[in-house]
Design a protein around this ligand. Sequence first.
Ligand code: SF4
Length: 702
Amino acid sequence: QSFDTPQATRTTCPYCGVGCGVLASPQPDGTVAISGDPEHPANFGRLCSKGSALAETLIPDRRLLHPEIGGARVSWNAALDHVAERFCETIARKGPDSVAFYVSGQILTEDYYVANKLMKGFIGSANIDTNSRLCMSSSVAGHVRAFGSDTVPNTYEDLEAADLLVLVGSNLAWCHPVLFQRVLAAKAARPSMKLVTIDPRRTVTAAESDLHLPIRSDGDTALFLGLLAHLSETGGIDRAFVEAHTQGFEAALRAALPYGDLARLAAETGLDEPALRRFFALFAETERTVTVYSQGVNQSAGGTDKVNAILNCHLATGRIGREGCGPFSVTGQPNAMGGREVGGLANQLAAHMAIGNPAHEDIVSRFWNAPALPAKSGLKAVDLFRAVHEGRVEAIWIMGTNPVDSLPEADLVRQALARCPFVVVSDVVRDTDTVPYAHVLLPSAAWGEKAGTVTNSERRISRQRAFLPAPGEAKADWWQMAEVGRRMGHEAAFSFEGAAAIFREHAALSAFENEGTRDFDLSGLATLDEPAYEALTPVQWPVAADGTSKRRFFADGRFFTPNGKARFLLVAPAAAPATSPERPFVLNTGRIRDQWHTMTRTGRSARLSAHLAEPFCELHPDDAARIRVSEADLVTVETDHGSVILRALLTDRVRPGTLFAPMHWTEQFSGAARINALVPARTDPVSGQPASKAAPAALRRF
Ligand code: SF4
């Protein structure tokens, strides 16, 4: 059956950063038929298990239908007045940095834009951060350090065009399935293409690869330092590119040379020398190489250095921004990229401009006619909730995310919210583990009910469109923020007619006084009227004033640093996880194929839940034998921050001495298996991204 009928609504999947196009057709019986959009350039009609089960997760029950204050139903006017009053009162008493927004890579660019404008332009604080901090902020920081801008140079087609695809800390097969399907199809058509996976676990991605390097936790920086040394020793450096278009190479190389000693490198990475030699030779001899990296790189106390260690190797070989050549960060969430574009991280301004850059601050201030811009960066996610815990932030608005389950040291986050004087939660459902801590609950429109845009991992902006009415009094997140902005006294700045008007303003800001000095440029979309916005087809930025779209960056050797040259970074491996006789294991956390985040949607699908039905912990059989744990035993996994009970899954997919447990289960779905309660709130010093994959842990039979 084809759903590509005039009745089908073209929209975009709300899950991972691949950003697949979806056709949604409400049926006469009240169900919705879902299929992949054959014309969307991210997926060409494909959908993964989560995308194809979207109709089962439309959540007719458990919806938050009306605004509530203190558990009692109130009108929107009463709720919005109350939020505005409490934020104004807190700001008047303790200053703008005493309030905060914590938003989500699930919200749309238009929602993000209004939230960021209100906090940074009109409240005058930069205390807006997002769950994208937990996902890819180390990539953002690494890009900015090397390129002078947060730019993903390449496209999905480059993954297909590469002769060598190196996947670092990425289980693409489960976490970005449609992109992996594209890669496998390319490899089937051109079997000479090689896949190398660098991951402590033998994931499905690793099993499909020509070479798997089961690296020890956080060994990646040493590995890429070793690769740089090898490239230098074997004549693999593109001297012309390095000299013309980069700076800092000699110092970076000097720091890397000791890692050229393979015996030392083998000890540091946990890899054997033949495997190291094979990987280095493949990289050195294959011009068309793409290195894809994801959470295994980003979620580390040395995540930004890992990113720059990878970028250093691509800059050294001049393999960047050309067909089949480049580094490629894949984002976890559907709109992590859109959030970056509006400046939705506490250390960004807007439209890829920077806090602390006087020229950027002047541009944004004049464009917004803003009364106050923040004097400094705001609090990043982990620090933000610490500030709530310590009473430095007294009012917080949480939108579209569930930090009581998803942040590290999640019990501390729960305590922080329990003691916070004023918590607002905007959400779709009323039974997340965060909702009980809200003083004000605001019902949000869900996927399929709201309209806006998202940007996927290859800079492609796609529309999400409504095909169902919002139930009860649920409203778009941008509308909620704008109404509070107006009630805080900023009528003119927040009187948007709709999502199209917000997008126009966002695009116009990207184009404002941008003479090619900033990467993010939507000049060609800055005057979209309502019908054109409605009809917008997927487009990659930048979009020039004449509507043309440039697909790749940096092949011309021009970067966005002050002198136009890319920077090599001096990087160092992060300290190994501090295991001890009491905490002998390294606990790695991550996603499984068929669940999404804290399961508020996917947990409702029987089909998706049948894949892996309960929380579990992967444990190597040698470790299991030593501590007398058998397959399917219940085990207690414990760290300095808490303990959970999980089902033991014995497998040599994990390295001896390591554990793997999924991040998804919550109190709502399992009673107690909140894995993030165990994860220490240790963060990367540059990006502030938590190290979610290397907690020292103990395991014993329950
Ligand atoms: Fe959705 Fe990602 Fe699956 Fe595509 S690959 S259908 S975007 S979850």
